[in-house]
Design a protein around this ligand. Structure first.
Ligand code: NCD
Ligand code: ZN
Length: 335
């Protein structure tokens, strides 16, 4: 049986929600990952020191094992330096959403006025707090990410010491930005390494493949695969696993988000093996993130085996990607 071992896998973009949903999904990631960056888009969002500490406690309480680190974030606002100093040791990044662009982002940034943002972004640069960005405009859905590139350029140029992470990139345009500015990095999801828009709406409409940003064209998929499979040092895995209850997905007005937490590592193995790049998976799913964020994750050794695994129909109220379908790799053991 073919096996592959990954050390300290990290998910650099994860939604865990709260309450019963948190209790359902957090153990799934904690089982196979050493750590994950926890998104702050709760209702209301995580914005204060008390919020972060309390949410971290709730995450830890929902996780049965102790070899998992939730790396916390807060929701971007134009915070002052004193506040950032007070919270710097509790968070690994600040997450910026353009207002209303995705699930629970209503309180986000409504105009990218660099001078208004300058005090916050300069303080973040000094305190070495990275900025994670959901990079989409409110333009035509297929163009939203490409249209956001000038904002990344503006941020990268004005704040050269700020680490800026282009989250869940889906386009060749974003891939092309990576090497243009030293301080730009990116995360890529597993579903965006598998899907194009055709897989979302080309045949029957597939609510469990629908997310923001939406999967794009074949040439975009190719560009994403190129940087992920080569483990470009500025690219990290971030699943953007975003659970919504079945009724919110399979409904008139489908919520955006693909739930991959329990199968993401297995799918990554399948993709990297398919392209004969398994040797690069370690960098993509852990080492690059350790270098970029300067983190030292909890020890975990995950061995995967090449054997058919049928994805469960549901985890609690949530339908995962590829529910009921067979995938090629399974988790064999975890030490
Ligand atoms: C995310 C969610 O559901 O919180 N949805 C999504 O489609 N990715 C929010 C986000 O990351 O955009
Ligand atoms: Zn997300």
């Amino acid at each position: 049986m073919k096996t592959h071992t990954i050390l300290m896998p990290l998910d650099m973009h994860l939604h865990l929600r709260d309450a019963v949903m948190l209790e359902t999904v957090a153990p799934l990631t904690a089982y196979s990952y050493s750590g994950a960056i926890i998104m702050p888009n709760l209702v209301p969002p995580v914005t204060t020191l008390e919020d972060v500490k309390a949410y971290k406690q709730r995450v830890m309480a929902a996780v049965p094992n102790d070899n998992f680190e939730p790396y916390m974030t807060i929701f971007y606002k134009n915070y002052d330096k004193a506040f950032l100093e007070s919270i710097a040791s509790e968070i690994v990044a600040i997450k910026l959403y353009p207002a209303g662009i995705t699930t629970n982002s209503e309180g986000g940034v409504s105009s990218f006025d660099i001078e208004e943002m300058r005090p916050t972004l300069e303080a973040m640069s000094e305190l070495e707090i990275p900025l994670c960005v959901h990079g989409e405009t409110d333009g035509f859905v297929m163009d939203r990410e490409a249209e956001f590139m000038p904002v990344y350029e503006l941020l990268a140029k004005n704040f050269p010491k700020l680490k800026i992470i282009m989250e869940h990139i889906t386009t060749k345009a974003a891939v092309d930005m990576l090497d243009k500015y030293e301080n730009l990095y990116a995360t890529i999801t597993v579903h965006h390494l598998l899907l194009t828009l055709d897989d979302v709406i080309g045949g029957m409409m597939m609510p469990h493949h629908f997310c923001k940003p939406i999967a794009k064209r074949p040439e975009d998929l190719d560009a994403l695969l190129t940087v992920a499979l080569s483990a470009h040092p500025k690219v990290m895995f971030g699943s953007d696993s975003a659970p919504h209850p079945q009724h919110a997905k399979e409904s008139c007005g489908c919520a955006a988000g693909v739930f991959t937490a329990p199968i993401s590592l297995q799918l990554l193995c399948e993709i990297f093996e398919q392209y004969d790049k398994l040797d690069n998976l370690q960098a993509f799913v852990s080492d690059n993130a350790q270098n970029i964020y300067g983190i030292c994750p909890e020890f975990k050794e995950v061995t995967l085996e090449k054997r058919t695994f049928v994805v469960p129909e549901k985890y609690g109220s949530v339908v995962p990607m590829y529910a009921g379908e067979a995938i090629a790799w399974a988790i064999e053991s975890i030490d």
